[in-house]
Design a protein around this ligand. Structure first.
Ligand SMILES: Nc1ncnc2c1ncn2[C@@H]1O[C@H](COP(=O)(O)OP(=O)(O)OP(=O)(O)O)[C@@H](O)[C@H]1O
Ligand SMILES: [Mg+2]
Length: 239
């Protein structure tokens, strides 16, 4: 089976035959995938399948043992996480990644890197009105959903080309998950590529253009969401 989800649009992020892991063990074994401009690729897989590991390889937090990571056709495998951030890679990590003791305003200011010229906190407040009402509140005292909104604001403020979103819906009420998915759709409609790790298969299939399922370190199922149903995905989980 083809291991590559090849979107029609310009490819923003590509992983080519990536092997990566911790210590002796390989968690990813020959993983290839591509995310096109303006498209959402959902990465599914059981707990421990290696989804977060793949996000870490893509964002430069973990060096692969072999294989390559490309951003807009440029090989960035040897580049640091910070250099990749500058190239437009934005990781929204599992567990939210906000500075809990700082105010919302200070978090937003820290998320806005020096090279981001066009992004503004005003724009973020239009997209996330809830943040505008809580600018002086300590981020750690906001609800889980509000903190997730704040974490996602980073994608706008960093002027990302590819946003890596790890388990954005974890522990959130369905209504909030809907709001967050709507925001992800807005981000994609502006031409940004999104790689989304998600546990809710049906929802993930609704929002995404492409889906990849990771199993035992390899992509075991890959294709467009027109071609792949949740039944196929369930089958892939069991392989
Ligand atoms: N820092 C680490 N050192 C050693 N092993 C690790 C480390 N991080 C993850 N692993 C192992 O790598 C494997 C893949 O972990 P990973 O976090 O990528 O899975 P995941 O698909 O994101 O799972 P989940 O759905 O539970 O978030 C697991 O067996 C995990 O125990
Ligand atoms: Mg994970």
């Amino acid at each position: 089976m083809s291991a590559t989800a090849a979107p029609a649009a310009v490819t923003v992020l590509e992983l080519r035959d990536v092997f990566a892991g911790y210590g002796e063990a390989d968690v990813l074994r020959g993983v290839s995938l591509a995310v096109g401009q303006g498209s959402i690729v959902t990465l599914l897989g059981a707990n421990g399948a290696g989804k977060t590991t793949l996000m870490r390889v893509a964002s430069g937090l973990l060096a692969p043992r072999s294989g390559a990571v490309l951003v807009e056709d440029e090989d960035v495998t040897a580049r640091s996480a910070q250099q990749r951030a500058r190239a437009g890679v934005c990781l929204i990590p599992e567990g939210r990644g906000v500075f809990r003791s700082l105010s919302v305003r200070d978090n937003l200011e820290l998320f806005r890197p020096p090279w981001a010229e066009r992004s503004s906190i005003e724009r973020v407040m239009e997209i996330f009105p809830i943040l505008g009402r809580r600018l002086e509140q300590a981020a750690g005292t906001m609800s889980g959903g509000e903190q997730q909104m704040l974490a996602l604001a980073r994608a706008f403020l960093s002027e990302a080309r590819i946003v890596l979103v790890d388990e954005v819906s974890m522990g959130l009420a369905p209504k909030l998950v809907d709001q967050i998915f709507e925001i992800l759709t807005t981000i994609a409609s502006e031409g940004v590529a999104i790689l989304l790790v998600e546990q809710y298969v049906r929802r993930a299939l609704e929002i995404a253009d492409h889906v990849c399922v990771l199993g035992r370190g390899e992509i075991v199922l890959s294709g467009t969401t027109d071609q792949i149903s949740h039944v196929d995905v369930a089958g892939a989980y069991l392989t």
